[in-house]
Design a protein around this ligand. Structure first.
Ligand SMILES: [Zn+2]
Ligand SMILES: [Zn+2]
Ligand SMILES: [Zn+2]
Length: 467
């Protein structure tokens, strides 16, 4: 029908011309009969609506608000028979017209009621709360009366705050709500249970739901015990060992489907508004979903919780291991520090001791070296004569080469340790020295120039200083 093509502008056109759109008015004034309601076949006053339609002389109809001439318009839209009044051209600004209903709004209301009734529900238009806190375009009620759903055609712009407040008022009244709109951009789409609809321009098919409904697309690693998506942030990649897959499914917009199916699904409770719980870009937004998708999201959510319990356990184990390693290293450093202290303290007594024994002053190396089991070599006439405090654990590999030298120890306990690891008959002398108190050892120790720091001593032991 060409008239419908003309009458039903595209959504973009509607947006652009919304302000100028000729709103439909349903009540007017007849010169002789007074008030008429054109939605009723008898005009609400016992007359015949057909008798004032397309008459040769225009019927004497005027606007009760602005007195401008009105035309009775009759349109059929699919199953609908639409009767309404339209202001004649060049009408002044008029409150009745401004408050009147746009065609798109009116048709959507008819559609919503029609689809709810097709699902076995009863519907009423313009149902207001007893206290006036809300007014539903279409109030649909389930056959048993247990559910009431406000089906709201929201073609006009509204602030997110306002539509949230209106949604809250329905919730407080125990009324479910879905907002329907044909707007291109919908600032409130994520904030309230809402869908976008599109009416085909040229009556080319049913009204479609084009946004506001979502499907969950599940995705799991082939082996759910080992997740191989580990390049993402915050995936527990800092933890050693395999982690279970916590799912990589995402919410996706539903492909457009008929409004009729959507309203039917609301009535059968097959679809419900849900605040999405997954996805950095979808989490927290309201979407209409089905039970099946809710379960899929739930499965992924549970897998995610389980995975992070495992991550936390593994992290705790790793942390304990690291603490143990650090403690062991501290102990090791403390032992080295103590060794350096002993060697330094023994140097003077050893020089005296060797002088008395060899009859000449020995020369003492600055510090220990690996060839002498980290002990400090003492030379007499250029030849190795003794070793100050070698490290017992290093002796087995060197014992025969060092067998002819004198070992100096700082205590009986140290002597016992050295003897246990030395060649049979190894000479070990104990010299008492005044040890500078070193408890507890402070790191890094302040040392005289030329002395080794603990770190240097460690490097020397590991041979790192010669690399
Ligand atoms: Zn008017
Ligand atoms: Zn990952
Ligand atoms: Zn995975």
């Amino acid at each position: 029908m060409p008239c419908q093509t003309r009458f039903l502008p595209s959504a973009a056109d509607k947006l652009r011309h919304r302000a100028k759109e000729k709103a439909m008015v349903f009540v007017g004034v007849h010169e002789e009969w007074g008030r008429i309601d054109v939605t009723q076949a008898d005009l609400g006053c016992g007359q015949d609506r057909e008798s004032i339609y397309k008459t040769k002389r225009p019927a004497p109809l005027t606007c009760y608000e602005c007195d401008w001439r009105l035309h009775l318009v009759h349109k059929t839209h699919g199953a609908y028979d639409l009767w309404f009044l339209r202001h004649a051209n060049k009408a002044p600004h008029c409150e009745a017209r401004a408050a009147g209903e746009g065609m798109a709004h009116h048709l959507l209301k008819l559609d919503l009621a029609h689809h709810a009734r097709a699902a076995g529900w009863s519907t009423e238009y313009e149902v207001a709360a007893p206290d006036g806190s809300w007014r539903a375009d279409v109030m649909a009620t389930s056959p048993d009366g247990s559910r009431r759903v406000a089906l709201e055609a929201q073609m006009a712009s509204i602030s997110v705050t306002d539509i949230e407040a209106r949604t809250d008022r329905y919730r407080e009244a125990g009324v479910e709500v879905c907002w329907f709109t044909d707007r291109k951009t919908i600032p409130w789409l994520d904030n309230v249970p809402c869908v976008q609809i599109a009416r085909p321009d040229d009556d080319g098919g049913p009204v479609q739901v084009t946004a506001g409904a979502a499907c969950f697309e599940p995705k799991w690693c082939e082996d759910r015990a080992v997740c191989d998506w580990c390049d993402c942030e915050d995936c527990g990649a800092g933890v050693d060992g395999p982690l279970p897959c916590d799912g990589h499914g995402t919410w996706q917009p539903a492909t457009p489907f008929p409004l009729e199916r959507f309203v039917a699904a609301i009535c059968t409770n097959a679809t419900r508004p849900h605040r999405l719980r997954m996805g950095w870009d979808t989490k927290g937004t309201w979407r209409w979903i089905t039970r099946q998708y809710f379960d899929m999201e739930e499965e992924q959510l549970q897998a995610h919780i389980r995975k992070y319990q495992i991550v936390e356990r593994l992290l705790a184990v790793q942390q304990r291991q690291q603490q143990a390693r650090q403690a062991a290293e501290q102990e090791h450093l403390a032992a080295i520090e103590a060794l350096l202290q002993r060697q330094k303290a023994l140097t003077k007594p050893v020089v005296e001791f060797v002088y008395h024994e060899a009859g000449t002053y020995p020369s003492v190396a600055r510090h220990g070296s690996p060839e002498f089991a980290m002990g400090v070599p003492v030379y007499v006439r250029g030849k190795p004569y003794a070793v100050i405090c070698p490290v017992a654990s290093r002796l087995p590999a060197l014992r025969s080469r060092l067998a002819s030298l004198v070992f100096f120890a700082a205590s009986e306990r140290e002597r016992t340790r050295l003897v246990a690891q030395s060649a049979p008959g190894q000479r070990v002398e104990v010299l008492t020295a005044e040890l500078t108190p070193t408890s507890p050892p402070a790191f890094p120790p302040q040392r005289e120039k030329g002395d080794l720091t603990v770190r240097q001593a460690v490097n020397r032991m590991l041979g790192l200083d010669r690399m």
